[in-house]
Design a protein around this ligand. Sequence first.
Ligand code: FA5
Length: 331
Amino acid sequence: MAEPEQLVVEAERQAGAAATLDELSAVRTAMTGKRSPLVAARKALGALEPDARKQAGQALNAAKAAIDGILSTREAELSAAARAERLAAERLDLTEVTEQPASGHLHVITQTWQELEDVFAGMGYRVAEGPEIESEWYNFGALNFPLGHPARDMYDTLYVDYGEPGSTLLRTHTSPVQARVMENQAPPVYVVAPGRCFRQDTADATHMPVFHQIEGLVVDRDTSLGDLAGTIEAFTAAYFGPGFTSRLRPSYFPFTEPSAEFDIQRPDGTWLELGGCGMVHPNVLEACGIDPERWQGFAFGFGIDRLALIRFGIDDLRELWTNDLRFLRQF
Ligand code: FA5
């Protein structure tokens, strides 16, 4: 029969060799179960003399305790290893990114629009908004275009099939926001109104049927054409930086008198027409409930899309609408 010490050594060997908890469980059955040498040795004790039985019994008890200790130590080791393995398998690292997701950015026109708002906010202007679907009154009537006046033909208007024929349209410029602001705000007024405009224009390098303008309106006491020219120049320097300058050329708009077109000169010396401007016509002030004897104003409106062309050195407006990512990613 195996000596108790030998059983302990054997248990140690087998427990050490067990690589999993299942294997260890088999070792436990073999070493301490009903058919184990330990149990067999205990059964055989009855045949011994009392003294020898006592001695052998104590040796078996000590061996059993040692074997139980070995098994539970090994069980703890294997449980820890199994747990570590499970954690590793279930690990989900939410911060681990193997491939950078594509991140977008604002479109050139949106960037330009926001930068313009910033420049004018820095000059003390508030931002105003108006509807894209406008009434004939705000787009033309309030702006001193009499019904049937040929100046209305300057704007290739897109009419909306709503209400009286010709009463509702897609605004052809941001100037109707001038009238809406003056109706609702007592002077002094310093606002800019960026927004989308629509005309029946054929798309080419400098025209699109849908485009963007930013309108500026100032109504205050003793406002002069000099203030208007100074404002355009201050804006040109603030937005484009040194090397750029501006000029006004006489022009005609029904809602301003005198009226001018303004151009920007690029560092290479070339000029590009950017927009229109002028002193707000007394009829417009009156139509909006402002006394032209007490208040004067100036207004300007220019194309945001054309501005983006100058600013980013793009040579064709249509590029901005192709949604070709290879083009758009450059800005
Ligand atoms: C106007 O629209 C006037 N409302 C501007 C104004 C405001 C004058 C306040 C006086 C006082 P005009 O039609 O010239 O003016 O257009 C102004 C600018 O809008 C143009 O110089 C151009 O930069 C831009 N623009 C006009 N039509 C288009 C188009 N089809 N595509 C792109 N930009 C355009």
